[in-house]
Design a binder for this molecule. Structure first.
Ligand code: KIV
Length: 274
């Protein structure tokens, strides 16, 4: 008989940090990929607002709506049976009032089926984080390069490069932990700053473009698998070139259709294909 699948829980991530085991996380936006990444043993799956770029073809995460993240989170939670599913809170769904933040996060949990939410910012969102945690909603923080602040940051650039900026970031990380966040994503900061935060906190840090000293790593899956044929951030390692494979497969299919090689007479004709 197959082993029953045990869900990864927030406590599992915390215990991994205590044992010095690294946490593997990827972004995902649909049920099929969620099933595959679950099979690969991913600890956590993030329904990132990067879906604005990856799925919707926008040039930033700013236009992403709560409805869109709820929609994709539903799909992911149907596919993922084991990994912890975390849903991103889109721009302006948690900054206006604390009540609205609870309502937005509540939809991601209640309708989407996520086990936790992620939001960007440090001390400025401390009250929101505390209120969500009080309401029973686990929160992952996000510091360093905040894509929802792209205009204020004048682009997607590395953060916390100077000592005063690094000190501010460490303060923000302490504030998120004190507010009850269970983990923090550190994006595009120097490895030494990420190491400092990781050593200082008891909750796990998950790095992206933040060097090797975090408790875990996250990548945008489309970047990691070579599905993104536009520019890929320099810190990304591509573990496959699935985009090239798909283009080749689609070319072969089109050629076979055009020359009448597909379908063959004895090739399952008459079935629905579903
Ligand atoms: O939206 C996203 O994919 C993210 C990751 C880059 C951490 O926030």
């Amino acid at each position: 008989m197959a082993e029953p699948t045990r869900r990864v829980r927030i406590r599992d991530l915390q215990e991994k940090k205590q044992r010095g085991e690294r946490i593997a996380m990827l972004t995902v936006y649909d049920a099929t990929m969620a099933r595959l990444l679950d099979r690969a043993g991913m600890d956590a799956l993030l329904v990132g607002d990067s879906l604005g770029m990856v799925i919707e073809g926008q040039d930033s995460t700013l236009p992403v709506t709560l409805d869109a993240v709820v929609h994709h989170t539903k799909a992911v939670t149907r596919g993922a049976r084991r990994a912890l599913v975390i849903a991103d809170m889109p721009f302006l769904t948690y900054q206006l009032t604390v009540n609205e933040a609870v309502r937005s996060a509540g939809r991601l949990i209640q309708e989407g089926g996520a086990a936790a939410v992620k939001l960007e910012g440090g001390r400025a969102v401390g009250e929101v984080v505390a209120r969500l945690v009080e309401a029973g909603i686990p929160v992952m923080g996000h510091l360093g390069l905040l894509p929802q602040h792209v205009h204020q940051l004048s682009g997607y650039r590395m953060q916390a490069k100077s000592e005063p900026e690094a000190e501010q970031l460490v303060e923000d990380a302490r504030a998120l932990q004190a507010a009850g966040a269970f983990s923090i994503v550190l994006e595009s900061i120097p490895a030494e700053v990420a190491r400092r935060v990781t050593r200082e906190l008891s909750i796990p840090t998950i790095g992206i473009g933040a060097g090797p000293f975090c408790d875990g790593q996250v990548l945008v899956s489309y970047d990691a698998f070579g599905l993104n044929d536009e520019s890929v951030p320099p810190f990304v390692r591509q573990y496959a070139q699935l985009g090239e494979l798909m283009v080749e497969a689609a070319r072969t299919y089109a050629q076979e259709v055009r020359c009448g090689r597909f379908p063959a007479l004895d090739h399952g004709a008459g079935g629905s294909g579903k």
